[in-house]
Design a protein around this ligand. Structure first.
Ligand SMILES: Nc1ncnc2c1ncn2[C@@H]1O[C@H](COP(=O)(O)OP(=O)(O)O)[C@@H](O)[C@H]1O
Ligand SMILES: O=c1ccn([C@@H]2O[C@H](COP(=O)(O)O)[C@@H](O)[C@H]2O)c(=O)[nH]1
Length: 207
C-alpha cells in the first residue's frame, strides 16, 4: 500500500486544527492524523517556571527528528507510539497513542513546512491563513478555555515569542504550499480535499 502524506500548516490560531478535524470527522479511521504539537520536547528536568519561559515557537522546541522517523515507519507499514503533549504542564505526558499505518496521513503543525525533511515527505501541502488579530483573539479564548492560561501570560508570550517566530519561521513557509486556505471553515476547500482524499483511498497503489 502506498502512503499519501498531507501537511496542514499555518500560524497559531489560523484554523489548522479546525480544518484537520473536519477531515478526520468525515473520514474517521480511514485516515490518520498526527499533530506536530505532540512532538514538543519532554522537559522533565525543568521546573514549571523554567518550562513557561521556553520559546515554543522556535523549531528547536520540537522533537522533529522523532516525527520524521515515525513517518518513515508508518510509510514502511509499521505502527508507531506517538507522544502526547500536555499544554497545561508545558511538558510531554507519560501517555502515548498507538498509530497504525494508513493510506492517507495528515500531519498538522505551525512549523511543519519549516523542516526540509518534512517538507519533502509531504505529497500535498496546505497552508491555512488568517489575519494576526483574528489569530491572537482566537488564541486568547482557546488558551484560557483549554490550555489553562491567564490573559496576561498569553499577551506576554505572544509579543515575546509567538509573533516574532511567526514572521521568522511560519509565514515564509506559505510560499511552499500547494494550496493556501483563507479559513479552516472554508466549505469549498473542504469539498476539494474530501474529493481528493476519496480518490486516493479508492486507489491504494497509485502515487
Ligand atoms: N474561520 C474561523 N472563524 C471563527 N473561528 C474560528 C475559525 N477558524 C478557527 N476558529 C476557532 O479559533 C480557535 C483556534 O482554531 P484552531 O483550528 O484550533 O487553530 P490552530 O490549530 O491553527 O491553532 C478554535 O476555537 C476555532 O474554533
Ligand atoms: O507548552 C507549550 C507548547 C506550545 N505552546 C504554543 O502552542 C502553539 C502551537 O499550537 P497551535 O495549536 O498551533 O496554536 C505555539 O504557538 C506555542 O506558543 C504553548 O503555549 N505551550
Amino acid at each position: 500500500m502506498k502512503t499519501t502524506i498531507i501537511g496542514i500548516a499555518g500560524g497559531s490560531g489560523s484554523g489548522k486544527s479546525t480544518f484537520t478535524n473536519r477531515l478526520k470527522n468525515f473520514f474517521g479511521e480511514n485516515i490518520t492524523v498526527i499533530y506536530h504539537d505532540n512532538y514538543y520536547r519532554a522537559n522533565d528536568k525543568l521546573s514549571m517556571e523554567e518550562r513557561r519561559k521556553i520559546n515554543y515557537d522556535h523549531p528547536q522546541a520540537l522533537e522533529t527528528d522523532l516525527l520524521v522517523k515515525h513517518l518513515e515507519k508508518l510509510k514502511a507499514g509499521k505502527s508507531i507510539k506517538c507522544p502526547v503533549y500536555d499544554f497545561t504542564q508545558h511538558n510531554r505526558s507519560d501517555k502515548t497513542i498507538t498509530i497504525h499505518p494508513s493510506r492517507v496521513i495528515v500531519v498538522e503543525g505551525i512549523l511543519i513546512f519549516q523542516d526540509e525533511r518534512l517538507r519533502d515527505a509531504f505529497d500535498i501541502k496546505i497552508f491555512v491563513e488568517a489575519d494576526a488579530d483574528e489569530r491572537i483573539l482566537r488564541r486568547v479564548v482557546r488558551d484560557m478555555d483549554e490550555r489553562g492560561r491567564e490573559l496576561q501570560d498569553i499577551i506576554e508570550h505572544y509579543l515575546a515569542t509567538v509573533k516574532p517566530m511567526h514572521y521568522l519561521y511560519v509565514e515564509p513557509t506559505r510560499n511552499v504550499a500547494d494550496i493556501v486556505l483563507n479559513s479552516g471553515l472554508n466549505d469549498v476547500a473542504f469539498d476539494v480535499m474530501k474529493t481528493k482524499i476519496e480518490s486516493i483511498l479508492e486507489n491504494p497503489d497509485e502515487d
